[in-house]
Design a protein around this ligand. Sequence first.
Ligand code: AMP
Length: 416
Amino acid sequence: MTTPIAEGSSTVAANHVLVLNSGSSSVKYQLLDMSDRSRLAVGLVERIGEETSRLVHTPLAGSDAESRERIGPIADHEAALKAAAEELAADGLGLDSPALAAIGHRVVHGGLRFTEPVVIDDEVLKEIERLVPVAPLHNPANIVGIRTAQALRPDLPQVAVFDTAFHTTMPEYAARYAIDVETADAHRIRRYGFHGTSHAYVSRKAAELLGRTPEEVNVIVLHLGNGASASAVAGGRCVETSMGLTPLEGLVMGTRSGDIDPAVTFHLKRVAGMSTDEIDVLLNKKSGLVGLCGDNDMREIRRRIDEGDERAALAFDIYVHRLKKYIGAYSAVLGRVDAVVFTAGVGENSAPVREAAIAGLEEFGLAVDADLNAARSGAPRLISPDHARVAVAVVPTDEELEIAVQTFALIGQAHN
Ligand code: AMP
């Protein structure tokens, strides 16, 4: 699917998609060539608004993929995107390139309205703004990213790909909290789920690895990064996921608590005298692995465990125990499980986490082969023994590629 653009006497195929992931103080970007799905450049602008902003740009199209770095104040998202555009232009891939077909934006919260990616127009942008009360930490930065990109290339299709979209197929009984219905509906309180782009991509790739179509398989995906979430995917449709109204619910994460008794928050307010904002910071930034042992990097935690550190060992056990509970729960939800799939930073790289999470689940048909689990590879792979009833797999996630694929497919449809 290519969009031909006439440039002088020649025709340039507009095959490139720029993917933007705008956070509150950072912008990550990747430029992809959709004719072969290769990456042309990747970059990150961080600490936006500080004196020590940092841009790292890595061109990947040529043979010498040497990163370029800029350190110095980058005032806002507009300046960040302009700086990124300058770096791309230095490689001959600027935002004015006729090869650029569209910009795909990661948007965290699409509510119930956005079940698919959409081309962004004023009405879509208004709806993303209306969702700010349920995603106060994420959607505002995504909106700034969209507005800035629109200002730089007003003529170019901009597409929003939502983290929540894949989970909108969850049945009502999985998506609703058991609280007063009127209160919940008045404030749009329900379980939305996040990391949907990753769960969609990884569950599809897992089916491919099993030599089946997504419709034929039931899969449990464990996205274990600094943020972590599980999903149960039945025949290609998400039926349950561990994150809820916000990304705080569910698994133990790098800095988030995951599931706790909600009364802990009242207790912290009434007895410990903490403010709502302080509790928010405690549960989102100072909990999870970092709260339990002071480190959120699984490599460091494993190193400490090897040195006999008991706090690190307990943090690891709590992390794995929660994972195991979700594998059991989602096995029950799905009835039949064809594969349990590990992805993201921890899931792709930590053999000890995979081994510990699956240990003792033989009755569920689950087992891990020690050699396959220990082998390092960037490719999707099985780590269960041949005879295992349920496959255990590692599938590297690629949210940027998935955003680019969805963006390109959508604008291809729009042009056809
Ligand atoms: P992500 O959010 O997917 O980028 O994952 C980041 C997390 O992955 C880090 O905080 C580490 O805990 C973990 N991680 C990255 N590389 C490794 C590794 N080689 N071994 C174990 N954990 C890793």
